[in-house]
Design a protein around this ligand. Structure first.
Ligand code: UD1
Length: 441
């Protein structure tokens, strides 16, 4: 078993560098399926476990991948004969692998992808993905735990999404690039990761306009080719360090942070009394001695991101007064509050609405991560808790945070990662030992 061990109370200061966005690179890797000629080279790729899983999924299709983890570059050659079956073992490990469905059926006329199950934060259906693909002329069959998609030739269509789902927007947009004729998709997701994906597709030869607005127009082309691209910065990783600085009365420069991508978070932090200084170097966060409470509601972009909700609740619980959090995107995303309760937090949850009773005098405790962002929230709470906090189930953390321990250490935190053997002996684990392809075997 591995744990992150934090001794508090920590006040963070210094500078932190942010990786490329996990949620951008996963669909971008899926998009390389569409490139029937040439090689795609991606730069600024975070060496995270989710990225290794997506590479393995692509290798299943006979795509050649070279990942240089030191340079953080991946080159992808999808120009050979491809196969089209994504096995259960891999899709089960990562729901996001469902975004291979659209590109596979568009390129090969066939795709068989294992049905992604539910996950800790909600049931996460994929009905919108499938409805959109059907509109493009894809026949969908569900049997034996698989989704089988077939089409002779995709055709353009007018599609309206009932909800601006990120994954559905990506799947349908990718498929429509090779459809005959024009596609319009309305009420689409507007996240920066959608814009990054559209940029890659256009570099590959696709004709997409409107990315970043609520309507996408796609003129189908016959084929796509490889391209070079540098992945956009991870706004959620950046936001996580912003909150850590804010709650620890810290002073931290988040290097090259893109203000617009984190505007909903930064405006809330400002409301809570945090100083936000934007410069050419990035965004500097200066946390106050006492945070003011705030009411927050998660929404699709450009609303407050659900992926920042768990971390934000730590700031709200620390604030001097009562705050509320209304989680409107996922139905079961408050599990971290039970863990924060072990550290002294007091709250009330009614459905998707949490009332958070600040100020909390956080105390160190043994806590367990329940999902990726919950893991980050527990570490942030540990930083400002008195005494020792131990966070376990780091496999969640490793999906989305690269070198988290060394980054917090560099900001002055008393934090380490340890492995505990059956006899209870502890050995130190460095960040470089955390993610390797072998560890996923
Ligand atoms: C992506 C992100 C995830 C983030 C989420 C919302 C990746 C790899 N993951 O996930 O980190 O938390 O966006 O910002 O980019 N829904 C349906 N039917 C569908 C699809 C979605 O009802 O066909 C619902 C979901 O159950 C959920 C909501 O829509 O309640 C949002 O889901 P969606 O935007 O699709 O999230 P993901 O793409 O899965």
């Amino acid at each position: 078993m591995e744990q992150i061990v934090i001794n508090g109370v920590n006040q963070l200061s210094g500078e932190v560098e942010i990786e490329g966005a996990k949620n951008a690179v996963l669909p971008i890797l899926a998009s390389t399926i569409l490139a029937s000629s040439g090689i795609t080279t991606l730069d600024n790729v975070p060496p995270l476990s989710d990225v290794f899983i997506m590479n393995k999924v692509l290798e299943e299709f006979n795509i050649k991948i070279e990942f240089n983890q030191v340079q953080k570059t991946i080159s992808v050659d999808a120009s050979g004969e491809l196969t089209s079956i994504a096995p259960k073992e891999l899709v089960e490990k990562m729901r996001a692998s469902i975004v291979v469905l659209g590109p596979l059926v568009a390129r090969l006329g066939h795709a068989k992808v294992a049905m992604p199950g539910g996950c800790a934060i909600g049931s996460r259906p994929i009905d919108l993905h499938l409805k959109g693909l059907e509109k493009l002329g894809v026949k969908i069959d569900q049997h034996d735990g698989f989704i089988e998609a077939t089409a002779d030739q995709l055709h353009g269509a007018d599609i309206y999404l009932d909800f601006p789902s990120v994954g559905a927007t990506q799947n349908i947009m990718m498929a429509a690039t090779l459809a005959k004729g024009n596609t319009v998709i309305e009420n689409v997701a507007r996240e920066p990761e959608i814009v990054d994906l559209a940029n890659v597709l256009n570099k590959m030869g696709a004709k997409i306009t409107g990315a970043g607005t609520d309507s996408l127009k796609i003129k189908g082309v016959d084929q796509l080719h490889g391209c070079d691209h540098s992945v956009v910065q991870d706004r959620i990783e950046a936001g996580t360090y912003m909150i850590a600085a804010a709650v620890s009365n810290g002073n931290v420069l988040i290097k090259d942070a893109i203000y617009e991508h984190n505007r909903p978070l930064l405006s809330k932090l400002a409301e809570m009394g945090v100083k936000v200084n934007v410069s050419d170097d990035g965004v500097r966060i200066i946390g106050p001695k006492v945070l003011a409470p705030a009411d927050v509601q998660t929404l699709p972009h450009p609303g407050f991101p659900t992926d920042m909700q768990a971390q934000m609740t730590v700031a709200q619980l620390k604030a001097d007064g009562i705050s509320t959090m209304n989680e409107t995107v996922f139905e079961n995303r408050f599990m971290h509050l039970d863990e924060l309760n072990k550290m002294g937090a007091s709250y009330k949850v009614e459905g998707n609405f949490a009332t958070l009773m600040g100020p909390t005098d956080f105390q160190g405790a043994e806590v367990s991560a329940t999902d990726l962002r919950a893991a980050a929230a527990l570490v942030i709470a540990g930083l400002i808790a008195k005494g020792e906090t131990r966070v376990s189930h780091l496999e969640y953390m490793d999906r989305g945070y690269y070198h988290l321990v060394s980054k917090f250490k560099q900001l002055g935190a008393n934090i380490k990662r340890v492995r505990i053997d059956a006899a209870g002996r502890e050995t130190l684990v460095t960040d470089d030992q955390v993610i390797s392809e072998e560890s996923l075997a």
